[in-house]
Design a protein around this ligand. Structure first.
Ligand code: CU
Ligand code: ZN
Length: 528
């Protein structure tokens, strides 16, 4: 007898094959049978007639790290059908922490849930916190290079000493033993931007030797995009590990069209025998922290040092003169391309563009930006309208590109409902299925599903997830082909997606008939 039967649906197995009419039978955490199960009895039956059934979606690029501690139900993600989030991206993970630089880590954190004490040191101690109180979905943890650098040498803007480099590599190796899945970098963000390639290669070797992969927010996504992709490939070649180019894009109007060239570099690396893939989110705006508008030297020494420089009139003038060299502004953005997504101490400017804010404050946009960074103490996010729809479509259809939201688990009520965050946190997966696959026919639905299931599972080395077959873990989503769609917009982002009926994580029902059951069956995943 089965514990649960998902009956009457059309099943995508996650390999890219079209859906077939089948029932799915579950015992415990796993899939026991797939086929015509009309004669099998089950403790519980979920009606999937008229629905598509697929492996649970894997969000290859998430920033939920902190949010999950204030949102264990993972509302905005689980309601898209996401059953696993890959966290620790863009060079930043909450662990490991060295006691010496604990306060730097607190400043580096983009969001700190109330009651978070930063008392962990190892990755093992940190990962335990996810499972102790439960989570709605599974997580796979990357280790941020910025975090390793902070632990070894703080916010120092120089190459590491031999000893510091050995510390970083040692911490990386220990993290792999503790359950991490690889190394991530954020090479436009201090302190990651202070590192040369050789430093990253050395740490990457520690991850690669233990079966990990290298995910990179590359060093440039505008004029230097192709050099930056080449650098990521070099880390894979010399570090001997698979490469994941995070949220592939060509930012800034002058660089539109170059995603095709970046994908050609990836194809070339694969022809050379290297394992290189990428991920993308289905929007033409990006989002990051507002402090990324500053030239990276301003962050030397950490967040307090940055705020001190902004307070000092002479240094403030130097920053002002140097603003156009910042990692984001160098792409040639207009102030009207930049929207404030979150600035809790100035909630009235959330959703407005920087040119409007500057006008209403009677200030220059640079001064207005400094003021927001100061009042938010280095936190606060922006949305940048700077990407090309044709580039996005090129990435979506490339066989080695999968889906990653670059967003976080948010919720429409409580502290996760603040501000005007990028809608990708609510809409990424339904938007690919609804808008791009069904409505615009940019790619077949079974291919879209593969890019959310079997393909990321292969990258993560999860042999028993991302597929529907007997013996696999029962992470499953049932959705409506006709009504699946994203509802979140830039103006009104806190809206759950439509058309996601049932979601199972490790055999337990977390979403039933579109409602959250409160179940928290997620766990930390390790490659098999
Ligand atoms: Cu990211
Ligand atoms: Zn990034």
């Amino acid at each position: 007898m089965l514990d649960l039967k998902i009956a009457g649906g059309h099943v995508f197995d996650g390999t890219g094959m079209p859906a077939v009419r089948a029932d799915v039978g579950i015992t415990g955490e796993g899939i026991a049978m797939v086929g015509d199960l009309a004669r099998e009895s089950a403790g519980q039956t979920l009606d999937a007639s008229g629905l598509m059934v697929a492996p649970g979606f894997i969000d290859m690029h998430s920033h939920s790290d902190w949010r999950l501690f204030g949102n264990r139900r993972a509302e905005s993600k689980i309601r898209q059908g996401v059953t696993t989030e890959v966290v620790g991206n863009c060079g930043f993970s909450p662990a490991p922490v060295s006691p010496e630089f604990r306060e730097d880590m607190r400043g580096f954190a983009l969001y700190v849930p109330p009651g978070m004490d930063f008392s962990w040191v190892s990755v093992k101690d940190f990962l335990r916190r996810y499972e102790e109180e439960g989570l709605a979905l599974n997580v796979a943890q990357l280790i941020g290079h910025g975090t390793l650098r902070l632990a070894a040498m703080g916010f120092a803007r120089r190459p590491p000493s031999a000893k510091e480099l050995a510390t970083m590599r040692g911490l990386m190796e220990a993290a792999m033993v503790d359950g991490a899945c690889g190394l991530s970098t954020g090479l436009i963000y201090a302190p990651g931007s202070y590192a040369e390639t050789a430093e990253i290669v050395e740490i990457a070797k520690g991850a690669g030797a233990a079966g990990g992969f290298y995910a990179s927010h590359i060093r440039g996504e505008g004029a230097t995009l192709l050099d930056a992709v080449a650098e990521a490939i070099r880390v894979g070649r010399e570090g001997r590990l698979p490469v994941q180019v995070s949220h592939i894009k060509a930012a800034g109007r002058a660089h539109w069209g170059r995603v095709g060239d970046a994908l050609a570099l990836i194809d070339g690396a694969r022809a050379e025998g290297l394992d290189v893939m990428a991920d993308v989110y289905p929007y033409t705006a990006s989002s990051t922290t507002i402090r990324t508008l500053l030239p990276d030297w301003v962050l030397e020494g950490g967040i307090e040092a940055m705020l001190g420089r902004l307070r000092d009139p002479a240094t403030r003038g130097r920053i002002q003169a140097d603003m156009a060299t910042g990692p984001v502004l160098a792409r040639g953005l207009e102030w009207s391309d930049i929207m404030i997504a979150s600035a809790p101490s100035h909630a009235e400017i959330e959703g407005l563009r920087l040119d409007e804010i500057a006008r209403s404050w009677g200030k220059d946009p640079v001064e207005a930006t400094f003021d927001v960074i100061q009042s938010e103490k280095g936190r606060g996010n922006i949305i940048l309208f700077q990407l090309d729809e044709a580039d996005l479509r090129r990435a979506l259809v490339h066989p080695r590109v999968m889906i990653g939201s670059d967003g976080s688990s948010l919720a429409t009520s409580g502290p996760m409902a603040d501000g005007k965050p990028h809608p990708r946190s609510y809409g990424t997966f339904p938007r690919v299925l609804g808008r791009y696959a069904r409505d615009e026919r940019v790619l077949p639905l079974e291919t879209a599903v593969h890019k959310m299931t079997g393909l990321p599972a292969a990258r993560l080395g999860l042999g028993d997830r991302g597929v529907i077959r007997p013996g696999a873990k029962a992470d499953i989503v049932a959705f409506s082909r006709e009504s699946v769609r994203d509802l979140a917009t830039y103006e009104d982002p806190h809206r759950y997606a439509a058309g996601i009926s049932h979601v199972l994580v490790n055999g337990r029902t977390v979403i039933k008939d579109g409602e959250h059951t409160g179940s928290l069956p997620g766990r930390v995943l390790r490659s098999t």
